[in-house]
Design a protein around this ligand. Structure first.
Ligand code: UT7
Length: 326
């Protein structure tokens, strides 16, 4: 018996109710809607309630993805939560989500940290595990409460990020041709200092520990991000004998509109090939791509038979791409 083709069977997303606009931010730090929008394309972001944890966002998105796939939590035997904002250092947020959803004990549930590339890393991991035939249905969630790791006095970072979750269910393909076609993951550990949360780990224990907030060298990251995302996109297209023009919808990590515009230019694709929702959510790290996938599907932007290119970069630095036929 050959290996089964694995496809995305359902998608879901959840965003917290509270909207924080650029004007709201300009009351907290010295910034303006004009600066934020021109430099990033972001207008507003969602902020989770104090009692809303990453696992709550993840579970809400996951329930919708399960309903969309027509599956029960009891049918899931692999659950991966991609996040850099786990509820706790231990146990994994995936274990907490398992309990909230009622995923059975025989399921493998674990977290994966590849920052903003987390969803693509989790997709490739789950795809490999399902393709082996040893697991049947996987739930992959990208979920972040980034508002909990922001320095709200630092205008160079706090204006960029938001809270959200997105989820997909993977399993044996139900229609001919619908399947994950490929994925490619990359890591450049030489760039760990460009984007990190310096505090909260074992490296700096004690009272003099640096703060547990995002620190970033924005301008340097920008340049590397464009190069990495372009490479990741080109590599996977080449590997599959495709030309960028054959991709009906590119779903990029939603960090900065100018980064996406630069990639569009290098790939010689018009901007209307890119699905973009960052003006409403900002950068939601691992949640960014699955949230965009869910909105693109539900708005009819993605149609059966079409091929989508997913491409992301994030802290690590990590980057990666995937090709999905719907
Ligand atoms: O998922 C990965 C996450 N990381 C990223 O996506 C980061 C990628 N980098 C970027 O998106 C951009 O570099 C930023 C949006 C972070 C910054 O845009 P930039 O065009 O690279 O601006 P800059 O850092 O060169 O700063 C320009 C000026 C500076 O003032 P001076 O030195 O020219 O006087 C900053 O102090 O803008 C100032 N500035 C701000 N002004 C108003 C920085 N942040 C703000 C702000 N409001 N929020």
């Amino acid at each position: 018996m050959g290996f089964p083709s694995i496809a995305i069977l359902g998608t879901g997303s959840y965003t917290p109710a509270r909207i924080m606009t650029n004007d709201d931010l300009s009351k907290i730090v010295e910034t303006s809607d004009e600066w934020i929008f021109t430099r990033t394309g972001i207008r507003e972001r969602r902020i989770a309630a104090a009692d809303e944890a990453t696992s709550d966002l993840a579970a809400a998105a996951a329930r919708k993805a399960l309903a969309d796939a027509g599956l029960e939590a009891s049918q899931i035997d692999l659950l991966i939560v991609a996040t850099v904002t786990p509820d706790l250092p231990m146990p994994a947020t995936a274990c907490i989500v398992q309990k909230k959803l009622g995923v059975p004990a025989h399921a493998a549930c674990f977290d994966l940290n590849a920052a903003c590339s987390g969803f693509i890393f989790a997709l490739d991991t789950a795809w490999a595990m399902l393709s082996s035939g040893r697991y049947r249905h996987a739930l992959i969630v990208g979920a972040e409460k980034l508002s909990s790791v922001l320095d709200w006095t630092d205008r160079t970072t706090c204006v960029l990020f938001g809270d959200a979750a997105g989820a997909v269910v993977l399993g044996p393909s139900r229609s001919p041709g619908s399947q994950i076609l490929g994925a490619k993951l990359y890591t450049e550990g030489g760039y760990t200092d460009l984007l990190c949360i310096p505090g909260g780990g074992c490296l700096h224990p004690g009272p003099d520990a640096p703060p547990k907030v995002i620190q970033m060298k924005g301008r340097e990251i920008f340049k590397v991000a464009v190069r990495e995302m372009e490479d990741a996109a080109r590599d996977i297209l080449e590997q599959h004998g495709l030309h960028a023009d054959q991709i009906s919808c590119v779903i990029p990590h939603q960090a900065n509109l100018r980064i996406i515009e630069a990639i569009a230019q290098y790939l010689e694709l018009p901007m209307d090939r890119f699905f973009i929702n960052l003006e409403r959510y900002g950068n939601t790290s691992a949640a960014s791509i699955p949230l965009a996938i869910d909105e693109a599907r539900r708005s009819g932007r993605i149609q059966p038979g079409q091929v989508s290119l997913l491409v992301a970069f994030g802290a690590g630095l990590t980057y990666g791409s995937a090709l999905v036929r719907w």
